[in-house]
Design a protein around this ligand. Structure first.
Ligand SMILES: Cc1ncc(COP(=O)(O)O)c(C=O)c1O
Length: 347
């Protein structure tokens, strides 16, 4: 014990530090993402925070994509503020202008691609080059794509975070998060997490680790269903816009084809009838589940502006295209005809 505590011998000390189940899971995610090291956290948000907090101090500045998950937005705009850390939001679809917002005190870039829920993409190659040029830490939330569809480290990301709760578990059973990346950075994440305590439970690690054995098979089916749902929605009179990365009408279709193997399991669309139409649509859904989660075997239909992104002000939502008529669909593994029949009925 004395030698293990002194770091002279490898060993498992205590599950807030490490555990055989979490080690197995981390090893798998590192292999999938091409990362040197990692840490497993209790939730995706704990991973996201652990990949920011240790790297910024009072007076530092963060450059972040405007289209980030609601809780990431809270971290950047409120929690960081209490620590004296400032941020600048930049337009995800206009990465060529990001350099203008880099300051002397900028320490890191935080982004999510594709974004939740608008499915805006960020050019990872350009993000990697910008980070390298200004010597910034590039943190990518890869939750929507999973390493099966996209590997940000190949483009120069230093840290990659995940909500294991989503596609990785993929069955709506457990919460979990992963942060992987460069060993020297992960060492700092580990120190931060060991003492602040957001470790993943060994049981959840076992569940998610086992789920990874079917990730590729599940993602293929999620993506196939999502593409068909997107193509169906695009033909409906009630629908104003459909967003799906591998749909030719997506404004960043070429980029999506280049950096994502498939389009992912999420489809977002906007109903012409706005808030009333969205509410009616959700209330008429029969088979799909109504919840704020995503990445489950069951198709999930969500109204982002009143749930996942309700903490943003109306103008903040407008700035990232989260309008009242927007609906997000996390396509499950059901037979496509069953999913389409439910959507048709609700429309
Ligand atoms: C892109 C993204 N990142 C992070 C999270 C947070 O994950 P968790 O709910 O596991 O904390 C979510 C949750 O929906 C998400 O969509």
């Amino acid at each position: 014990m004395e030698e293990t505590f002194a770091g002279e011998r490898d060993g498992i000390i205590y599950s807030r530090y490490s555990n055989p189940n979490t080690t197995e899971l981390i090893t798998k995610i590192c292999a999938m993402e091409g990362a040197e090291a990692g840490f497993a956290t209790a939730t995706g948000m704990a991973a996201c925070y652990a990949g920011i907090a240790p790297f910024v101090q009072q007076g530092d500045h963060i450059l972040a994509s405007r289209a980030v998950f609601g809780s990431t937005h809270r971290i950047l705009t409120q929690i960081m503020k209490t620590r004296g850390i400032t941020y600048t939001y930049v337009d995800p679809q206009n990465i060529d202008t990001w350099g203008e917002s880099v300051r002397e005190n900028t320490k890191m870039i935080v982004l999510e691609t594709p974004s939740n829920p608008g499915l805006a993409l960020i050019d990872l190659e350009k993000a990697g080059r910008l980070a390298e040029k200004h010597k910034l830490i590039l943190h990518v939330d890869n939750c929507f794509a999973t390493p099966y569809l996209q590997r940000p480290i190949d483009y120069g990301a230093h840290l990659v975070s995940h909500s294991g709760t989503k596609w990785m578990d993929g069955q709506g059973r457990v919460l979990g998060g992963l942060i992987v990346g460069k060993e020297e950075l992960i060492d700092e994440v580990i120190t931060f997490c060991r003492h602040t305590g957001p470790a993943m439970s060994p049981f959840n690690a076992w569940v998610i680790s086992k789920s990874l054995e079917t990730l590729a098979v599940r993602m293929d089916r999620h993506c196939e269903n999502a593409l068909q749902v997107a193509e169906f929605l695009e033909k409906q009179d009630e629908v104003l816009h459909v967003f799906y990365p591998h749909l030719p009408s997506h404004p960043q279709y070429d980029l999506a084809k280049q950096q994502m193997k498939k389009g992912g399991g999420i489809v977002t669309f906007v109903l012409k009838g706005g808030a009333v139409a969205a509410k009616t649509f959700l209330n008429r859904i029969k088979m799909c589940s109504l919840s704020s989660n995503l990445g489950d075997t069951r198709t999930i239909v969500t109204h982002p502006s009143s749930t996942t992104h309700s903490k943003l002000s109306e103008s903040e939502r407008q700035s990232v295209g989260i309008v009242q008529g927007m609906v997000r669909i996390s396509c499950g593994l059901e037979h496509i005809e069953d999913i389409l029949a439910d959507l048709k009925g609700a429309l």
